[in-house]
Design a protein around this ligand. Structure first.
Ligand code: PLP
Length: 395
């Protein structure tokens, strides 16, 4: 006998993966340059040069047994200290290394946090549009997954809608900014208002409501502030990843930060570490921990993403496409001309243009494009976007 939920998750590939694989097949037929694949969020800028140099340095200056050996289950102290120092310098924070758990990227970190908060009847409330993997992560942890509808057209957070859905069972509200898929960065004003609401509701229910801030795109912001969430709401659990910030998605490295000022913080930290242990997710890759210990201060060079972002935003807006201002990450979330994003995605696919319908992000009627692609591909694809919107207008 099998676990049918696990089977269903493994057997049904995600729509994003399907599109990506379709793109690979089409590339073999019509040539890579004739497929406009905006499906997958794989970084297209290389890691900073210092990262590769640091690997070489570590291999030559550190005992091999240390480089490849197990580290402390919660992560090397030097790594936690480097991250803590960096956050303190950047945000005037007062973090200490003991508040950090080094994880294998945001995905397993989130899973551990959900498991740590899993009590009978517990709920996690997230805001649409949201990263589709949240749903299986939350449900497999044994919690109820609840969604606040999108606040269109700004894609900030609709406070009244959050208030309607918070219940005494809400263990945490889960946010992601800069956001996948909308590219929107939640403003300080939005986060402050959310914080006020959570403080009020936590007092009303007599228990903390944590704010889980999923931040793999924190460094990918174009001239706008990405507020440090624990300064706005103390009961924050921050999940960070170097997958996008240092273009290291295949290396699996990040951290969870549990502020000492958060409610029940020591027990919370222990529960996250315990959940990670029960999930077999301790001791993140040792070499990568050592790299982060020396590279925590590095930031990506966003020039090529920014150029792509502007070319698409300006080009598509001029054609009549509508979308929220993409201030962060590497996504645009666009209103489907004609209203049906699945039909639009299908028509685009017939022209070898691959875009992801918003249904899986909890937001039908929109489609996502990832602009971590080459600038040349964007230029070649713009006329196709033009034909598609003209086709709808002429119907
Ligand atoms: N959260 C969001 C919003 C993401 O977009 C992703 C990956 O694309 C993840 C989490 C998982 O990232 P990681 O590679 O760090 O596991």
């Amino acid at each position: 006998m099998l676990n049918e939920n696990a089977y269903a998750l493994g057997a049904n590939r995600s729509c994003i993966r399907d599109l990506f694989e379709y793109g690979c097949q089409r590339a073999a037929v019509v040539g890579r340059e004739n497929v406009y694949d905006y499906s997958l969020g794989n970084p297209s800028i290389p890691s900073p040069k210092e990262v590769d140099q640091t690997i070489r340095d570590i291999l030559s200056d550190t005992d091999s047994l240390l480089v490849h050996g197990y580290t402390s289950a919660v992560g090397d102290y030097a790594t936690r200290k480097a991250i803590s120092d960096d956050l303190n310098a950047r945000y005037g924070a007062h973090t200490v290394p003991e508040e950090f758990f080094i994880g294998c990227g945001a995905a397993p970190e989130l899973v551990s946090v959900f498991r740590a908060l899993a009590v009978p009847g517990g709920e996690i409330l997230t805001i649409a549009p949201y990263f589709p993997e949240y749903k299986p992560f939350v449900e497999e942890a044994g919690l109820r997954f609840r969604v606040v509808p999108p606040d269109v057209p700004s894609f900030q957070i609709g406070l009244a809608a959050v208030e309607e859905r918070i219940t005494p069972h809400t263990q945490a509200v889960l946010i992601n900014s800069p956001n996948n898929p909308s590219g929107v960065v939640y403003t300080r004003e939005t986060l402050t208002a959310l914080s006020g609401l959570l403080v009020r509701k936590a007092a009303e229910y007599g228990h903390p409501i944590y704010l889980i801030s999923d931040e793999p795109y924190r460094e990918l912001a174009y001239g706008v502030e990405v507020p440090f969430v624990p300064h706005i709401y103390p009961d924050t659990i921050l999940c960070y990843s170097y997958s996008k910030s240092l273009s290291l998605p295949g290396e699996r490295i990040g951290y969870v930060y549990v502020p000492g000022a958060a409610a029940d913080s020591q027990r919370l930290y222990a529960a996250i570490a315990g959940a990670a242990r029960a999930g077999g997710h301790v001791c993140a890759p040792s070499l990568w921990q050592k790299v982060i210990a020396r590279c925590a201060h590095l930031r990506p060079d966003l020039q090529s993403y920014d150029r792509n972002r502007k070319a698409l935003y300006e080009g598509l807006t001029a054609m009549g496409y509508e979308m929220a201002k993409p201030d962060g990450a590497f996504y645009l979330f666009i209103k489907a001309p004609g209203g049906d994003a699945n039909a639009f995605s299908q028509r685009a696919k017939e022209k070898d243009l691959l875009v992801v319908p918003g249904d899986g992000f909890g937001c039908p009627g929109y489609f996502r494009i990832c602009y971590c692609v080459s600038f040349e591909m964007i230029q070649r694809s713009l006329p196709v976007f033009g034909e598609l919107i003209k086709g709808v207008a002429e119907k």
